[in-house]
Design a protein around this ligand. Structure first.
Ligand code: GLV
Ligand code: MG
Length: 318
């Protein structure tokens, strides 16, 4: 446990799985988008101070974000602010101004370009100080850690367990592709010349393994061809099939597709609930461990798989 983080705060974080099927990026420099985002059906909004905000607009964007958090109606959304990365001169003021100004309206800060555990620890300590100063419960603000470089990926396990505040690992494909020298400019699509397999499979699986090993969510990053909703759906389905919990959306047109892709199909959800009911009946009333449900044999492992689908379906309101 990190210094200054109470066990109560750690306990309240354990098992906390916020809705994140779609995570909408909203530039903090654009008050109109900050207003519009409140009415859109994304599970998460993240108000951005990093790459979608020009250097000369960084300071005013902090003020826009604090005002939007305080005055806006964010409904049941997961509310996140992305601060600048630690190689810049902006990060500490981003954290202080946003959390002092509107920390009680915020679920998490997103830290981009996390390279190793020390980056997360730095944010944990600063958050603890600001939370104490403004009278928030210590540990209440979570961290989303973006993995977007070769170094971040190599250190992903230590990043995942660097602080009990960490809730998700987020893949940043654009920065990641630049970091490894991948020869394409189309974010999320296969690089030309790579005919066999999926160039992202290892990266996505590595992030997913670290997330699951440490009880975190795994979120896929953006698809930049915002007019190509079919392309978005195809790339999102790839991450959803592996087990990812959600994906960034950059445009309102991607939200419905994202919510659908990261929710189980109605048939799969109904089937999962049936497995849970049947398994419960056979193990408790008939005291049998492996039984037939129609043509399918189900056992304890089937129950665990059904629980995953049922939990996602219930969260999606199926
Ligand atoms: C997101 O931050 C990315 O680099 O893809
Ligand atoms: Mg990035």
């Amino acid at each position: 446990m990190r210094p200054g983080t109470t066990s109560a705060a750690r306990l309240c974080r354990v098992g906390r799985m916020r809705a994140r099927r779609t995570c909408l990026a909203v530039p903090g420099s654009n008050p109109r988008f900050l207003e519009k985002a409140q009415g859109l059906p994304a599970d998460e909004v993240f108000l951005d101070l990093e790459d979608s905000v020009a250097p000369l607009a960084k300071e005013s964007a902090r003020g826009n974000i604090v005002a939007a958090l305080k005055e806006g109606d964010w409904g049941g959304k997961t509310v996140v602010v992305r601060v600048n990365d630690l190689s810049t001169s902006w990060t500490y003021r981003d954290v202080i101004e946003v959390v002092e100004g509107a920390g009680d309206r915020l679920h998490c800060l997103m830290l981009p370009k996390v390279e190793d555990a020390s980056h997360v620890r730095w944010l944990d300590v600063l958050l603890t100080q600001v939370e104490k100063a403004v009278g928030l419960p210590v540990g209440v603000i979570g961290i989303e850690a973006q993995i977007e470089s070769a170094r971040g990926l190599v250190n992903v396990d230590e990043i995942a367990q660097a602080s009990p505040r960490v809730e998700t690992l987020v893949f940043g494909p654009a920065d990641f592709m630049a970091s490894i020298g991948m020869r394409t400019l189309v974010v999320g699509e296969q690089p030309p010349g790579y005919a066999e397999g999926d160039a992202y499979h290892y990266i996505l699986m590595r992030i997913l393994m670290a997330a699951r090993a440490h009880g975190l969510q795994a979120i896929d990053g953006p698809y930049l061809q915002i007019k190509d909703v079919d392309g978005f759906r195809r790339v999102a389905a790839r991450a959803a099939a592996l087990g990812f919990d959600g994906k960034w959306v950059l445009h309102p047109g991607q939200i419905d597709a994202g919510n659908e892709v990261f929710s189980p199909a109605q048939d799969d959800y109904d089937h999962a609930e049936l497995i849970l009911d049947a398994y419960d009946y056979y193990t408790t009333v008939e005291r049998r461990g492996a039984v037939m449900l129609g043509d399918e044999m189900i056992d304890e492992a089937s129950r665990k798989m059904a629980l995953v689908v049922a939990a996602k379906g219930r969260a999606a309101g199926l």
